[in-house]
Design a protein around this ligand. Structure first.
Ligand code: SF4
Length: 516
């Protein structure tokens, strides 16, 4: 890669986690797309994770349940949300007098012990797992973010999404926050002489971007969602009467909560001893993230009357109708390609088999591979099953192609294992634009779909045929109408204006001659 462009509005100012001016990697640029000057052109921290393409952003869960072990419920909820963020995890809890926060770097099961959870007593709790789309991957950026208020109380905040007007808000605050979530917490905490709910109603309209937020003071739990509802946020009811709010229904399921309803775009929900009540801070204008359906959400997540698992099967069926091919077997790229591959196989009548095995325990790890091991690339994560692929014409189903490097390595690996032909089928249209709403997609200069036609991409990847699902076919696989979806990474039509995006669009085009 000869050029690396920031996948973030150029107007965003830079800071590091210690508040010092950043040099090459601005503090709230999405990591992995930071315009850094790493000599090998690779963000080393992400090398293994890049194999999975785009990265989730964060998962949040709030629990209000007097008489129950709320921190434990939040802990198990975070397990179900772990796929949305693996860098750090934290839980805040309160028994009405003060908020206690425990957070650290690592996976949920690395951060919490039995003793640590036991110290988080109370009737309400807030959990968060983080992937850094803005701000560095460091303890100070781990969430929940805690702030004291001028009246001597406190608040804890967990955020999923990404603001696009961080620089403007930071100027007003006259602070250099390490990330947009810290900024939101600071702006809410400085509202004096009003309740936290009132502070949200006053302050949230000034946040621009994607934000599904859970925030608590010592007594109450609040959840609010940007007017576009880009990221999910759902409410569930516990059997004994408590409440849970979480990023996905899978987190409700794991703690035994029954889905109640979504937090509506532009709504703030408050939960306290009087139950749940709602206020609106902006009219709803929903444009839900289409990519949640393709890749980000767990297959057992349900939204707007639809099931992610069935939507992905439908994408596979649609792809089979749009791009049939003479082949012997259909194999998924695990895990996100699995349900779509099953759909493709069902539609065509071709056999389905696991031709690739994922090493589940290589992922985000504190022990980084050496440079020589890193060059093994995809082989650290996926292995072909020779008995399945050898001598066969394969249909390989995956969710997306971002930079193209993983797909290229994958095809080479399958050919080495004896595949006679490799036909790649992708359940999203070409990713041609960066995401500013909380998904680390890489910069436009890195996106192979930004500038190359499908045939040129096929040539680069080295497969026999390559087909992407049509945008219309993808949308038809979800329960949404097109006007209710964000499709920006495919179409460039950003539903929430992004300062500086037009200048970004004019940037130098993708160069794959030296692709990492
Ligand atoms: S740009 Fe893509 S990933 Fe980002 S919110 Fe829109 S559809 Fe989702």
């Amino acid at each position: 890669m000869t050029l690396r462009q920031p996948a973030h509005p150029p107007s965003a100012r830079a800071s590091t986690t210690d508040g010092a001016p950043a040099t090459s990697a601005p503090g709230w640029l999405p990591t992995g797309a930071s315009g850094d000057s790493d000599p090998d052109g690779v963000d080393d921290r992400d090398d293994l994770d890049d194999l999975d393409g785009p990265h989730e952003e964060c998962g949040v869960i709030g629990v209000y349940a007097p008489g129950e072990e709320v921190a434990r419920l939040a802990y198990f909820g975070l397990y179900a949300l772990q796929h949305r963020g693996q860098e750090s995890a934290g839980i805040a809890a309160s028994s009405g007098r003060r908020i206690v926060v425990h957070k650290d770097m690592g996976l949920v099961n690395q951060v919490f012990t039995d003793t640590g959870l036991a110290a988080l007593e109370g009737h309400l709790a807030l959990g968060h797992c983080r992937y850094s789309t803005t701000g560095a991957s460091s303890w100070v950026n781990a969430q929940p973010q805690y702030r004291e208020t001028p009246t001597g109380g406190g608040l804890a905040l967990g955020h999923n999404g990404n603001l696009v007007n961080t620089a403007e808000l930071a100027r007003e605050l006259q602070e250099e926050p390490a990330n947009d979530s810290e900024l939101m917490a600071s702006l809410l905490a400085r509202e004096v002489d009003v309740s936290l709910e009132e502070a949200i109603v006053r302050t949230a309209p000034r946040f621009t971007g994607a934000y599904s937020v859970i925030v608590m003071d010592e007594e109450r739990l609040h959840a609010f969602r940007d007017p576009n509802g880009v990221r999910p946020l759902q409410i569930g009811r516990l059997p004994a009467g408590g409440w849970v709010v979480a990023s996905e229904t899978s987190a409700l399921d794991i703690v035994g909560a029954v889905y109640f309803r979504d937090v509506s775009p532009g709504e703030v929900v408050t939960i306290d001893g009087n139950g749940l009540h709602s206020r609106r801070f902006a009219p709803p204008n929903p444009t839900f993230c289409l990519f949640e359906w393709v890749y980000l959400a767990r297959p057992d997540h349900r939204q707007d009357g639809g099931s992610v698992l069935y939507a992905r099967r439908s994408m596979g069926r649609q792809l089979a109708r749009e791009a049939p091919v003479e082949a012997d077997i259909v194999i998924p790229v695990p895990e996100a390609g699995r349900d779509a591959a099953a759909g493709y196989a069902a539609e065509t009548g071709l056999p389905f088999s696991d031709g690739l095995v994922k090493n589940r325990y290589v992922g985000r790890t504190f022990i980084q591979p050496t440079q020589s091991l890193r060059q093994l690339g995809i082989k650290l994560k996926l292995s072909p099953v020779r008995e399945v692929v050898e001598g066969r014409r394969l249909v390989v189903v995956d969710d997306s192609i971002v930079r193209g490097n993983t797909a290229r390595q994958l095809v080479a690996m399958l050919r080495e294992a004896g595949a006679a032909e490799v036909h790649l089928r992708i359940t999203s249209p070409p990713v041609a634009n960066p995401c500013y709403y909380g998904i680390d997609m890489a910069s436009r200069a890195e996106l192979i779909g930004a500038d190359l036609e499908v045939e040129a991409i096929r040539d680069f990847i080295g497969c026999d045929t390559l087909h992407y699902i049509s945008l219309e076919g993808l949308i038809a696989s979800t329960p949404h109408q097109r006007e209710k979806l964000c499709t920006a990474c495919f179409t460039g039509e950003y539903p929430i204006p992004v300062p500086g995006e037009h200048e970004q669009l004019a940037q130098i085009r993708f160069d794959f001659s030296g692709t990492a």
